[in-house]
Design a protein. Sequence first.
Length: 212
Amino acid sequence: MSQFGDLKSRAGQQALNNYLESRSYIEGFEPTQADNAVFEALGVAPPGDLFHALRFFNHINSFSEAERKKFPGQAAAPAKPAKDEDEVDLFGSDDEEEDAEAARIREERLKMYAAKKSKKPTVVAKSCIKLDIKPWDDETNMVEMEKCIRSIEMEGLVWGQFQLAPVAYGLKKLVASCVIEDDKVSTSDLEDKITSFEDYVQSVDIVSFNKL
């Protein structure tokens, strides 16, 4: 895949790993022929330190070859053998007029493809997070604590359900869920904002983090 370079090289696999840090698939939200093409270009599993690339490889590898061939999308065309130097030029003709016409058609098709590509909606990577927020003691006003946390506003943050859950000896914790846009909201920044309400909050833990 040209966007990653040589996927058998460390640089290509690192580029793939970076790309998959906030994505599950190469395109969209289900495996397609684009994923199959990258999988075949890799050939073998990436090293373990490239966690996202390795996760992707293992996931696509869990499908049989027959299943991968049924992925939606257009399968990558097999590479054409290189022509000998004494063969005809790129467009199969020595005629300059034919070459110019072929180049013009190719340029128009590239422009049409670029225009079509630009109209596709941008996929926003989001995650659903569940937080355990613990008070200092059983005398902490949990209603006020929830109000404080709900008052946190960040671009790309949407609060969901809040509920109380027992901890021990009458102590309860606040279980909060939210959806974040991965590129806009840092979980560490969110945790810092929650713990800034130090009169109410003793600690906050992320108990689940799921990509949407």
